[in-house]
Write a protein that binds this ligand. Structure first.
Ligand code: ASP
Ligand code: MG
Length: 432
């Protein structure tokens, strides 16, 4: 008997009817002869609603209490799903993250999984139960307090549990039919990708594709867990996120039916409008100044993304530009201005209305001209490039936020990714 983990996102369990539909799918999987562990998200927009509620009660809720509040969303849906499954004649048991043995760091709101000790889950599975685990939460090893793992992190709970249970694969059920060549909400002609390598999925997730949580892909690659992304609203095959070596071990994960995964020139395009751009102007062109600027940012626990420093042309000063999360921008400006005299720069400028568009594909390693094609498409669409950064398998540009939809569509067309079939269906979700 093989074990599988199935994760259902908030839009798949938005109301009572959807919970019953999910229950049927889970029970059917058990009746096919699998041991099934389910990881569940909070219903619909519950997490956002709980956050709004907290802010109405208190402008700065303590992080510990916020985690107590937010974890209740997943606990609700876990218990409800167990009830629906029991009505279908199967036996289900729901567990909180803590009961399921999800041990984390103490960082409320953004804790990391240190280990999973799934003793109780194993026992339950051995007794023939369908196990339901509340996603996105755990318990801190140091403080014994309840923690959350960051927004969207039920995916990570699911893959980590699959790794700990030695599951054959982890299915992530969402409101679209898999991973697409671009966000189907922006590009109606986006195509489903039947198979994608971990490294490409990592770059897409890191570049803003919201289909999978970044840490879940890191986990899957490390633990070699194949992930199948598919819709809970259809029976379409979805997308396998895996590597060739795993396909050879588990032929059922090969949706292309071919001998090897094709090395696509461009696998997909991702966009991210959650960042801001900050420029420190008039920095003396001296050793150690850039180090000072970024130490200040680091001391404030702010993660930066792209960095550009221009050549000093006039009066031996330079400008340093970087991108960072929108939410951290005010703090970064304040922290830098506090040290203006010491560092000797002139001023700090910022722009919150920027977006990043990235093209990703392992094929670009061996093909010249990808950058030229991308930039020509942007030019033809009348989009101005403000910053550029690349990795071996990714090219990203920072542009005006208002240009993002146009830029994504233009790149999608330029790389020949447009499909003429209306494959990209968005079944649910408010996109909140
Ligand atoms: N409910 C949490 C969120 O909305 C976790 C998740 O759905 O993955 O971020
Ligand atoms: Mg999600």
């Amino acid at each position: 008997m093989s074990r599988v983990v199935q994760k259902f996102g908030g839009s798949s369990v938005a109301d009572a009817a959807s919970i019953k539909r999910v229950a049927e799918r889970v029970v059917a999987t058990q009746r096919e002869g699998h041991e099934v562990a389910v990881v569940i998200s909070a219903m619909g927009d519950t997490t956002d609603d709980l956050l709004d509620l907290a802010l109405q009660v208190s402008p700065h809720p303590p992080a510990r209490e916020l985690d107590m509040l937010l974890t209740s969303g997943e606990r609700m849906s876990a218990a409800l799903l167990a009830m629906a499954i029991n009505d279908l004649g199967a036996e289900a048991r729901s567990y909180t993250g803590s009961q399921a043995g999800v041990i984390t760091t103490a960082a409320h709101g953004n804790a990391r999984i240190i280990d999973i000790s799934p003793g109780r889950v194993e026992e339950s599975l051995d007794q023939g139960h369908i196990v339901i685990v509340a996603g996105f939460q755990g318990v801190s090893q140091d403080t014994n307090d309840i923690t959350t793992l960051g927004r969207g992190a039920s995916d990570t709970t699911a893959v980590a549990l699959a790794g700990a249970l030695g599951a054959k694969y982890c299915e992530i059920y969402t409101d679209v039919d898999g991973v697409f060549t671009a966000d189907p909400r922006l590009v109606p002609g986006a195509r489903r990708i039947p198979q994608i390598r971990y490294e490409e999925m990592l770059e897409l997730a890191a570049s803003g594709a919201k289909i999978l949580h970044l840490r879940c892909v890191e986990y899957a690659q490390r633990e070699q867990v194949p992930i199948r992304v598919r819709s809970s609203f259809s029976d379409k095959p979805g997308t396998w996120v895996t590597d060739q070596s795993l396909i050879d071990q588990h032929p059922e994960t090969d949706l292309q039916g071919g001998p090897a995964m094709e090395a696509a020139l461009i696998s997909g395009i991702a966009q991210d409008v959650s960042e801001a751009k900050l420029t420190v102007v008039g920095v003396p062109d001296e050793i150690g100044k850039a180090a000072r600027v970024f130490s200040i940012i680091a001391e404030n626990d702010i993660n930066i993304d792209m960095v550009v420093q221009n050549v000093s042309v006039t009066n031996n000063t330079t400008a340093i530009t970087f991108t960072l999360p929108d939410a951290d921008r005010p703090r970064a400006v304040e922290a830098l201005l506090a040290e203006r005299d010491e560092i000797g720069f002139r001023e700090v400028n910022f722009d919150d209305e920027i977006g990043k568009v990235s093209v990703v594909g392992v094929g670009m390693r061996s093909h010249p001209g990808v950058t030229a094609t991308f930039f020509k498409a942007l030019a033809d669409a009348g989009v101005n490039i403000e910053m550029i950064s690349t990795s071996e398998i990714r090219i990203s540009v920072v542009i005006a936020e208002a240009d993002v939809p146009r830029a994504v569509q233009a790149a999608h067309t330029a790389f020949g990714l447009d499909a003429d079939t209306g494959e990209a269906v968005v079944y649910a979700g408010t996109g909140r």
